[in-house]
Design a protein around this ligand. Sequence first.
Ligand code: ATP
Ligand code: MG
Ligand code: MG
Length: 550
Amino acid sequence: TKTPSSNFIRNIVSEDLASGKVTEIVTRFPPEPNGYLHIGHAKSICLNFELADEFKGRTNLRFDDTNPVKEDTEYVESIKRDVEWLGFNWDGLFFASDYFGEMYERAVLLIRKGLAYVDDQNAEQIRETRGTLTSPGRESPYRNRSIEENLDLFRRMKEGEFADGQKVLRAKIDMASPNVNLRDPVLYRVLHAHHHNTGDEWCIYPMYAYAHPLEDAIEGVTHSICTLEFEDQRPLYDWVVRECEMPQVPHQYEFARLNLTNTVMSKRKLKLLVDEKKVDGWDDPRMPTIAGLRRKGYTPEAIRAFCREIGVAKSYGIVDERMLEHFIREDLKLKALRTMAVLDPLKVVITNYPEGKTEWLDAENNSENPEMGHRKIPFSREIYIEREDYMDNPPPKYFRLFPGNEVRLKHAYFIKCEEVIHDAEGNAVELRCTYDPETKSGSGFTGRKVKGTLHWVDASHSVPAEFRLYEPLISDESESEEEGQSFLDRLNPNSLQVLKGFVEPGMKEASGGDKFQFFRHGYFNVDPKDSAPELLVFNRIVSLKSSFEV
Ligand code: ATP
Ligand code: MG
Ligand code: MG
């Protein structure tokens, strides 16, 4: 399934190459370094890099760092790491801030052409006079300043003569345009702020709508792919490229951004979760960030396959998060070692098994992939089973353990529950069972059948482990955000559940990023930050079953 999915942008690229409109395709991924990348960004990354790869073009990684206040080098580093981890190599690595000088010169050109002016109105006045969809805007009283005066004022803006918000540079287009974006948009604002890349060199910063088309044009980007919200900005994008007389002409194409069920996907909100310490940083496994997905145990292959499957649409939709889960199951199905872990242990003593004896039983590593071979697991008189696999008074059709019932232990023997020890509150704390040596797994025993198969670990050889199970941070049911209510008030209190139990001894050496399928529990990843030889920590990536079909 490596064939690229057909999509409208791919068709455009292919036609542009065929017609000779372009000789090489150049795309870019342009994140603002104001947070970590999330799964929505992955969609854009895959689209841009895979298009260029397919048509033997180039893709730049460009940091759209024109807003000094929110940007940070920590984010720059995390973005580079995540793009590489996804499996992509950029051709050029650029910072929009490196073009501040050229952007300034192009703004001076606009002023000289009578196409930009310095406005003394404040932000609120500019907003109020912009008009609405149904009514035209009103021209600024400063709109007809002379070119000389504008050149002088813009230079003085740059030199730091004015306070934040005191003056802006606006394009002079059309205050009556049916497209509100063309009603003299702001191109530059005064902002006395330190920039992560340019330091204190600048105190005026270009606005996104002016900067972005220039960035694309300077780099020779041919196909500038962005999300649908920018569709109405396309006429302004083209205006900037044309009037700034950029020698290379990029074109903007829009596609629908990715939305996932039960998933918060706005950097602003994700940052709030981090800042308010509602999660363990940007890479908390509950976060939909690339770093969070990686720590949870997602693979680049699964994320790329997911992005390929959802495709590129021209209209909004919301993708079922179970589809993402489907792809990690698919990726790990034949790769992950299938082992046993007891997440919530209940001790079982096998009374007729000799004391001090240990047997090493044969266990296949992956029942669907024989090439993964076999391992030996210990079995002795004391084992742990899952607490939920025993009941004093079971309902009908309960096939696990209860007094008098017999079950199969995976890879081992049949055991029968003979006696239960309860604590003072009446909870079962230990089962006393017998085993039948005739029923050894692999011996071909057919004497009688049992309906339940339980997983287990040997008590004296097992390795202690912590298991982290996740639920969505916020579920869609509570999506409606009431006035004045923060989404932080709607966090799921059960988004993280921590259990302490045991894994097979062979997993003692497991290290960060190793992935396993635990019998009946699902796929788990060794937590790269918190797992230690004394206490292994496993993050559940996904449970085993899903009703979801692609
Ligand atoms: P957010 O709205 O989540 O804060 P953003 O759009 O502000 O994200 P940028 O850093 O500006 O984040 O985005 C970089 C690129 O990723 C842009 O080209 C943007 O269109 C794309 N992108 C961001 N979010 C999504 C998404 N959910 N689906 C697809 N592409 C996205
Ligand atoms: Mg942005
Ligand atoms: Mg945004």
